[in-house]
Write a protein of this length. Structure first.
Length: 560
């Protein structure tokens, strides 16, 4: 067993086979970090011994944070399932000794067993302190719930991210936190990244409270997350952006409220907001998104069913909208004036859309907010929706005013949806999927499933070959989607190359369509052509012979 212990200027490593150690064995700063083994909130016994030890032979979450703040370096604190209540002392110091957990070292990672089972919270009682305070460095928190914080100084109920610091939240729920000032859930003055997370039921409770979910004065990027049912006394029930940069990507903002101000979903003042592939739905009291002396760009989003208006430009400037659906917003979709970059749908004419591809006074024909696949709830399109194949005709992901390469759920754009044979991206946050079989049960059907035989609800596809990462092991060449690369696939490629019909199994897309949008099945050598050379390579692979392929092209691997 490896035992690492540091003194003032020296780290000594001793290897002792079979050495009997106490219950603290193996949790030493300098190995990989600590594993917490008690839910008690006791401080560390000594900050110069390199041990996570409360003095009782156990490692608490507070002791682990204190010890690694002192030690520095990149470490992980593993927090098993359980409820960890911060009850030791009140706020007023910045070394994690009492009150909230102050993060001061660099590259500290706190990883729980899941947001539903590892809960870190302020305990009951009258003490006022948040849960985490990021004072310096770059940190990551994974797979936990952060709840019941009361913001020190009235700001940042659950988490505060200070200037020149960075925090990433992965699969984290921030809920039930209260601030009387800014940021009921999170106050960010540095860099905040929120991924696959829930910011919900937080409250900036003061009369002038701002940003019930997130108050942003730095740079914030929110991806594949839900900001819902947060409340602010005045401004920004869901997100409040003051003098910073806010990017909202593939996310859902739902049911947020303000007590009398503006921007129940998002409030942007003096900052910059980029809303891409996102849904702003069901927020009440004064609008889904408000903009004042700021810049807001909305791309391929769905803004529906908000009270007090969809998009409010208080000073009549700064809002640009493209490829977006606005519908069912009480008080109208837009007020104050917006700029259209084209290909938007408004169920009325309050936005005064007149750019190419715009459809004012048009019912977008969308479904309710629900699980349509992917990590967040979305509004799907009915099969008769005028949004289908009506987005900007530029190839998705090519920049400018083009649609993004993926939709909010992770579905690759474009998907042929109107039956005309020329796939173009859809307007809004969701790309329409033709109804069909869903053999792997992941919620995606037809050409929307990038890996039809393996459940992959996130549709993760990282190498640009249009096949989900879970299908990459099969390589290219599996033309009929029958989970095997074989001579049948080679025959289908030859028939296609000869201009003959090619029968395939649902939900497999015709290889001609696949070739049109970049080539997936059949284009074995990745040279952007489906031809007899590909068939030859498939036959060589089936025969167990070598197969040369283009640079970066996945290998053809016959499956049994």
């Amino acid at each position: 067993m490896r035992l690492v212990q540091f003194a003032i200027f020296l780290v000594v490593t001793t290897v002792a086979a079979g050495l009997a150690l106490g219950p603290e064995a193996g949790t030493r700063a300098g190995v990989a970090g600590f594993t917490v083994d008690t839910t008690l909130d006791d401080p560390d016994n000594s900050l110069v011994d390199g041990l996570c030890d409360t003095g009782e032979g156990v490692c608490s979450l507070r002791a682990a944070v204190q010890q690694l703040n002192a030690y520095g370096g990149t470490h992980t604190i593993t927090v098993p399932a359980g409820t960890y209540s911060l009850s030791f002392g009140a706020a007023g110091e910045d070394a994690a000794a009492t009150g909230d957990l102050d993060l001061t070292a660099n590259n500290l990672r706190i990883s729980g067993a899941g947001a539903g089972v590892t809960i870190i919270q302020k305990s009951g009682g009258l003490s006022t302190h948040r849960v985490f305070d990021v004072i310096s460095g770059t940190h990551t928190i994974n797979n936990v719930t952060i709840q019941n914080g009361l913001g020190d100084g009235g700001n940042g109920g659950g988490i505060r991210v200070a200037n020149n610091t960075s925090l990433t939240l992965n699969n984290v729920m921030v809920t039930g936190n209260i601030a009387t000032g800014v940021g009921g859930g999170v106050l960010n003055s540095g860099t905040l990244n929120v991924n696959d997370s829930m910011i919900t039921l937080n409250n900036a409770a003061g009369v002038a409270g701002e940003g019930g979910g997130i108050g942003n004065g730095g740079t914030a990027t929110i991806s594949e997350s839900t900001v819902s049912f947060n409340f602010a006394g005045s401004l920004g029930g869901g997100l409040n952006n003051l003098g910073g940069t806010l990017n909202v990507l593939r996310s859902t903002l739902k049911g947020n409220q303000t007590g009398g101000g503006v921007g129940a979903g998002i409030r942007n003042r003096f900052g910059a907001v980029t809303l891409v592939n996102s849904t702003v739905s069901g927020n009440v009291n004064n609008g889904g998104l408000s903009n004042f002396q700021a810049d807001t760009t909305i791309t391929n989003s769905t803004i529906v069913g908000n009270g007090g208006g969809g998009v409010i430009s208080i000073d009549g400037t700064g809002v640009t909208i493209r490829n977006t659906i606005l519908s069912g917003n009480a008080g109208g979709s837009c007020s104050g004036g917006v700029t259209s970059s084209g290909y938007n749908i408004d169920d009325g004419n309050s936005c005064a859309f007149t750019a190419p591809g715009d459809q004012p006074n048009t019912n977008p024909q969308i479904g309710p907010l629900q699980n349509n696949g992917g990590p967040t709830e979305t509004h799907d399109l009915f099969n008769t929706s005028p949004a289908i194949d009506s987005g900007n005709p530029a190839y998705p992901g090519s920049g400018g005013d083009a649609c993004p390469a993926y939709d909010q759920r992770g579905v690759h754009r474009p998907v042929e949806g109107d039956g005309l044979g020329l796939p173009e991206c859809d307007i809004g946050a969701v790309e329409y999927c033709v109804a069909g079989a869903d053999p792997d049960g992941d919620g995606f059907t037809g050409g929307c499933d990038n890996c039809p035989n393996v459940a992959n609800s996130g549709q993760i596809e990282s190498d640009g070959d249009l096949a989900g990462d879970d299908c990459d092991a099969a390589g290219l060449g599996n033309v009929d989607c029958n989970n095997a690369v074989n001579s049948v696939d080679a025959l289908k490629v030859l028939r296609y190359s000869a201009g003959l019909s090619v029968t395939q199994n649902e939900p497999c897309i015709d290889i001609g369509t696949m070739f049109l949008i970049g080539g997936l099945m059949g284009d074995v050598d990745c040279l952007t052509a489906v031809n007899s050379v590909d068939a030859l390579k498939i036959l060589r692979a089936v025969a167990g012979l070598s197969v040369s392929q283009g640079p970066g092209c996945p290998p053809v691997i016959p499956k049994p």
